[in-house]
Design a protein around this ligand. Structure first.
Ligand SMILES: [Zn+2]
Length: 89
């Protein structure tokens, strides 16, 4: 069985959109990929409702994602990560 796939390389990502799922907030925080390396390890709060999205420290998922993206960028001449989304349509 064949199916369509949408594939995106990590190096092609230009903007991350973080969606607040608190109550009915739904705010979208946009972080340019070029600024990932300056994301702090501090507590991440929604800029609209103030809900804590992630605790601070080394386990902060936004910081972990930023560090991973920056680390992969250092090896861009050797490898990349591809995200694949099946087209169910
Ligand atoms: Zn919010």
């Amino acid at each position: 069985m064949s199916r369509k796939l949408f594939a995106l390389l990590l190096s092609e990502i230009k903007l991350l959109r973080i969606v607040c799922k608190s109550r009915e907030c739904g705010a979208v925080l946009e972080i340019p990929a070029s600024r990932l390396d300056v994301q702090p390890d501090g507590v991440t709060k929604c800029s609209r409702c103030g809900e804590t999205l992630a605790a601070g420290g080394l386990d902060n998922p936004f910081s972990l994602l930023a560090r991973a993206a920056v680390a992969f960028k250092r090896y861009a001449d050797k490898t990349d990560v591809e995200f694949v989304v099946p087209d169910e349509g």
